[in-house]
Design a protein around this ligand. Sequence first.
Ligand code: NDP
Length: 306
Amino acid sequence: MKTMDKILITGGRGLVGTQFVGKNYTHLSSKDCDLRKTEDTENVFKEKWDAIIHCAAKVGGLGSNMRFKGEFFYDNIMINTNVIESARKFNVKKLIVFLSTCVFPDNVEYPLTESKIHLGPPHTSNNAYAYAKRMADIQVRAYKEQYGLQYTCVIPTNIYGPNDNFNIENGHVIPSLIHKCYLSKLNNKPFYVWGSGTPLREFIHSEDIAKLTELILESGYDDDEPIILSTSEEISIKEVVETIVESFEFKGQVVWMSDKPDGQYRKPSDNTKLKKLFPNYKFKPFKEGIKETVQWFVENYEKARK
Ligand code: NDP
C-alpha cells in the first residue's frame, strides 16, 4: 500500500485478521491488549498508525450468542467504543470497522442492503451482539458528522477460512461441520448434520475479505453508509456438506437429523454497491476455498482453535 506504512489489525490472530499479510501490518492479539480497557487501548493507539482495520470482537455461533448475551454485549460495546474513540483521539486517518449481517432487522425485506440496518429490531437470539455492533455504525456516523473522519464500517456475510474457530458447539456452520466430518472420518462413524440441508446462505472466504478491505482502504471510500461484503451467491447447507465430504474424501454415511431446527430459509444480501466499486473483483470459488480450508484444518489440527 503506497501511503500507508503502519496499519494496525485488531483481532490480528483471528479468522480475518490473519489474512492481512505484509510488512505494513501489525497484528494485535487480546494477549497484547484487552480492547475492553480504555487505557490499554490508548497505549496501543498512541503509536501513530496510518490506518486501523478493526476485526477484534467477541464472536460466536448461535449457541454462545444465546447463552452469553451479557458478555457479548459488554465486550463488543466496550471494544468498539474504545477502538473508535482512541482512533479519533490519536488522529488515525483511516479506520475500517467490522460489523456483521446479524445487525440487520429480523423482520426485513430481502435482499439486505446497506440502508436497512436500523429499520427494526434484530433477531432475539443474538440481539445483544447485534445491538452492540449496530452502535459501532452509529458511532462511526456520528464521528464522521462531527469530526469529518474517513471512518467506515463493512458488513461481511458468513466468513470461512483458515484460523477459524472450529469448535463444534460454538463455531460457525462451516468450521463446525469441517470438524465434525474430520472426526467422523477419523473414527469411522456417520457424519451427523442438523436440519434438512435446504436453507441457503452466502459464504465468503477470509482471503476475499482481506483483499476487499485493502481495496476499500486504498480507494478512499468515504460514504456514510457501510458496505456489504458478499458474493451474493446463495449456497445450500446440503451443498456445503457435499463439498466438505468431497474435500475430505469421506466415504461414510451422512445422516441428516431433520428433526433438528433448520433456521431461517434464506437471508440474501445485495452486493451492488461493492460490485460498483470493484467491478473486476474475482471471488475465490467456493469449492476451492473449502478444499483449502479442510486441508489447513487437517494440517494444523493440533494448533487449530477448537
Ligand atoms: P475471530 O474470533 O476469529 O477473531 C476475533 C479476534 O478478536 C480474536 O482473535 C480475539 O483475539 C480478538 N478479541 C476478542 N476479544 C478481544 C479483546 N477483549 N481485546 C482484544 N482482542 C479481542 O473473528 P473473525 O475473524 O471471524 O471476525 C472478524 C470480524 O468480522 C469481527 O468483528 C466479526 O464480528 C466480524 N464478522 C465475522 C463473521 C464470521 O463469519 N466469522 C461474519 C460477519 C462478521 P485473540 O485470539 O488474540 O484472543
